[in-house]
Design a protein around this ligand. Structure first.
Ligand SMILES: Cc1cc2nc3c(=O)[nH]c(=O)nc-3n(C[C@H](O)[C@H](O)[C@H](O)COP(=O)(O)OP(=O)(O)OC[C@H]3O[C@@H](n4cnc5c(N)ncnc54)[C@H](O)[C@@H]3O)c2cc1C
Length: 473
């Protein structure tokens, strides 16, 4: 055997599993497809906000579970979620023990634990935004700690297949520095980061038009793990949903408009319409849900956010996601239509006459009557408070959906063992981070944890493997 555990992917999930395995006395080998020391992955360029279901990491487990269940429409396995939520505090404590520093960036509890130094909002994935900061710092720390304990991170190693013997996964096939190689271990952990960068998988599971979505990600998650696990008989769950944000449509050709600013706060205060001027989704469910609804719609590039001057000067100024739409959208030359009447706005932006006016009137009337839930489609209210659209000038901004990471993947148990259709585990095979499904999503596309879940699942997988190996966790 080459190691006690082989880990596919060197993001937060893979390196947390590797470092925890090394702490427990296991020989861990990480295979990473990137060839450079600062290989691209979502962990490298992350915004760094560590939360669980947009709650603080020190909140009681029951609070985290209730919030996650509510955000995901109650569709997920409560027991599995509770097992992960119960590790939120430990996730922060373990990261601190690795030498990671945190900073609080806002009064809300979910801004309490942000990876330091904080990422800077620079255009696209420019290194000056992330180098030596947030995710890059954490990846370097985990790598240093893990290799100091004798672990091995092999770059330029893309895993292409799983090796089985008597129904048990006992290793992987990879191409390392151009050469096909086999690596053997009694446990294999899939940590490839999702399938957001594979157009065929996105087309199969999310949208018939992957080319019309903004790739708001590092481009490294190509669904290799999902394909290998499906081939091995894994049950897939939640593959329809993704985490992402709303962006100016110009972001498709203008890197200054992503990954920040997001237009989420404008959209959840105003209305989101298609090119006919009709609402088609519940804005009250938030920006992540709206990005999903746009991807599922018949034409993901025919979507607009409509708002007024009060919203532009209020939520538009909110510093959500590091940089506010007002004024970055203007500074970066994103398209904005603006007019003193809704009729003039319709004509300037090319909407059919009277349709925008009808949608705005319906929004304002439902709001005044406290009946937004009766609209078609209904508009839920809660944290995402709608605002009446009546103060000129009125605005129309063409939008697109930004795809950051996919939420679905292989079904797992609380020890992160990959499950088959009959719910029995595939011996020797584990999935962590964004390679697994069932911890996020549901009809409202609830976002539970971009960073917390990869770290927590990495820790738990390593501990389950150590236990199976006779090393007490
Ligand atoms: C711009 C941006 C901002 C974000 N902001 C936040 C935030 O503020 N808060 C938050 O919670 N989340 C945020 N996220 C999400 C979060 O960063 C990710 O969910 C997290 O980093 C995923 O970790 P991972 O280890 O599962 O995947 P990744 O970091 O993607 O790592 C997977 C690794 O596997 C490697 N790999 C893939 N296939 C193979 C293969 N076949 N063989 C070998 N290696 C392979 C890849 O090269 C990659 O290095 C953000 C993401 C982005 C892109």
């Amino acid at each position: 055997m080459d190691a006690d555990v082989v880990i596919v992917g060197g993001g937060f999930a893979g390196l947390s599993a590797a470092q925890r395995a090394a702490e427990l006395g296991l020989r861990a080998l990480v295979l990473e497809q990137g060839a450079q020391a600062d290989y691209a992955c979502n962990s490298r360029v992350t915004g760094g906000i560590v939360h669980f279901a947009r709650e603080g990491m020190m909140e009681p487990t029951a609070v985290l579970v209730d919030k996650a269940m509510q955000m995901t429409g109650g569709e997920l396995n409560r027991e599995l979620l509770a097992a992960m939520a119960g590790e939120a505090r430990r996730c922060i404590e373990w990261l601190r023990a690795q030498g990671m520093k945190f900073v609080r960036i806002g009064p809300q509890l979910h801004y309490e634990w942000v990876l330091a130094p904080v990422r800077v909002a620079r255009p696209g994935l420019e290194a000056s935004g992330w180098k030596g900061r947030a995710g890059d710092t954490l990846l370097r720390l985990l790598t240093a700690n893990f290799t100091r304990r004798g672990g091995q991170l092999l770059l330029d190693s893309r895993v292409t297949g799983l090796v089985f013997e008597d129904g048990r996964c006992i290793g992987v096939e990879a191409t390392t520095q151009g050469r096909p190689t086999q690596y053997r271990a009694p446990a294999v952990v899939m940590a490839d980061g999702g399938f957001q960068a594979d157009d065929e998988l996105v087309r199969r599971f999310i949208s018939p038009h992957p080319e019309k979505l903004l790739r708001r990600n590092a481009g490294s998650g190509r669904g290799d793990a999902l394909k290998m696990m499906e081939h091995a008989g894994a049950r897939l769950v939640g593959t329809k949903y993704f985490y992402g944000h709303l962006h100016s449509r110009d972001a498709l050709n203008n890197a200054s408009l992503w990954p920040y600013p997001a237009l989420d706060s404008l959209a959840v205060a105003g209305i989101v319409v298609n090119g006919r001027g009709e609402r088609f989704a519940d804005e009250g469910l938030g920006g992540v849900y709206l990005a999903n609804a746009i991807a599922w719609s018949e034409d993901p590039l025919d979507t607009w956010v409509i708002f007024d001057e009060d919203i532009w000067r209020g939520p538009g100024k909110g510093e959500l996601f590091f940089i506010a739409a007002n004024s970055r959208l203007v500074d970066a030359k994103g398209t904005i239509f603006k007019a003193d009447t809704l009729e003039a706005l319709e004509s300037a932006a090319g909407f059919p006459s009277g349709r925008l006016r009808a949608s705005v009137d319906a929004h304002n009337a439902a709001l005044a009557a406290g009946q937004t839930g009766a609209m078609q489609p209904p508009r839920s209210s809660g944290v995402n408070r709608p605002i009446a659209i009546r103060s000129k000038p009125f605005y129309a901004v063409p939008m697109c959906a930004g795809l950051t990471f996919t939420m679905g993947g292989a079904a797992v148990d609380s020890g992160l063992r990959v499950l088959k259709g009959d719910n029995s585990p595939i011996p020797g095979l584990y999935a962590v981070g964004k390679s697994l499904g069932g911890l996020e999503g549901g009809a409202p596309a609830g976002y539970v944890g971009g960073i917390s879940l990869p770290v927590i699942t990495g820790l738990r997988a390593a501990e389950a493997i150590a236990q199976a190996n006779g090393k007490v966790a």
